[in-house]
Design a protein around this ligand. Structure first.
Ligand SMILES: Cc1ncc(COP(=O)(O)O)c(C=O)c1O
Length: 277
């Protein structure tokens, strides 16, 4: 770059190696500015959000309920985001795949439902989390590759947007994957018209409490994470220590890896006399 364009490029910090220009281009388009949330409750600081907007901001991306923190945005926080979108005339693109999985009485609120937001919000979601068809399960693949490929990875998702945006998304969708498989779309219709009890049954609060009690780990997502007394004291020294203890434990791993992780958690718990919430 120096020889060709007289540009100073730091090879350690200024380069991302991608799979061809196509991915580099796509990744560059998707690159964005992050607004960090404040631990321990992952609170949105209005000042930080507003500072991130400029005259060139076209859209903001919001993932709520959020993976991996479990944060479910409060109405007051969504109001701040909505107000900023309206003020800067921005679109909002939401990722709401965990919409039905919250572990307490804090119901997920879609940003689109706030005044003035439906006309500027693109909601994206899918069957993956609500119906446990997120991807391939290594154990099932090992036992029965064909069966697993069919039942655990449906890849049906959707964007719900004002007509002008939905039409543009459909045009791009045709170029990317052409269409979602028709039989799975039929199955999706059946799944999505499940009775309300099905969706209620996803809030396995007892299971999550058991996980915390027995294994000392918490499940993603859900504010259920931060219900310890410790997490309610954001400025105390104790809560700072609490922040340093975050560990991300992904379930989409081989059974051997999960067993090794469980063993390590158990050893750690015994070694540190971890105080149960
Ligand atoms: C927050 C979030 N959004 C989206 C996805 C992917 O969803 P899909 O399986 O529908 O592509 C995931 C999967 O891990 C996720 O955690």
């Amino acid at each position: 770059m120096k020889k060709m364009h007289d540009l100073d490029v730091n090879p350690l910090t200024d380069i991302a190696i991608c799979c061809g220009q196509t991915e580099a281009f796509a990744a560059a388009i998707f690159a964005d500015v992050y607004v960090a949330l404040d631990p321990p409750q992952w609170t949105l600081c209005p000042g930080k959000l507003l500072k991130s907007f400029t005259g060139r901001t076209k859209a903001i991306v919001l993932n709520s309920p959020h993976n991996p923190t479990g944060k479910v945005f409060f109405k007051e926080e969504l109001e701040v985001i909505a107000e900023a979108c309206c003020r800067w005339d921005c679109l909002a693109i939401t990722d709401e795949v965990y919409e039905h999985i919250t572990f307490d009485d804090k119901k997920h609120i879609s940003l689109a439902s706030l005044p003035g937001m439906q006309k500027r919000t693109i909601i994206t979601s899918s069957l993956s989390k609500t119906f446990s068809v997120t991807g391939r399960c290594p154990t099932l693949i090992f036992l029965c590759p064909l069966y697993c490929g069919i039942i655990s990875s449906w890849r049906i998702g959707w964007a719900i947007a004002p007509a002008f945006a939905a039409s543009a998304i459909r045009n791009i969708h045709v170029k990317i994957t052409d269409s979602a498989p028709a039989p799975f779309q039929d199955a999706a219709l059946t799944a999505l018209t499940s009775p309300p009890e099905y969706f209620e049954g996803l809030k396995k609060v007892e299971y999550v409490k058991e996980l915390i009690k027995e294994a000392g780990v918490v499940a993603v997502p859900g504010c259920g994470f931060f219900h310890t007394k410790l997490s309610m004291e954001p400025s105390s020294e104790a809560s700072c220590n609490y922040q340093k203890r975050y560990v991300r434990f992904a379930f989409c791993k081989s059974i051997a890896t999960l067993a090794a992780a469980a063993q390590k958690f158990s050893d750690l718990k015994n070694a540190t006399k971890y105080e149960q919430p």
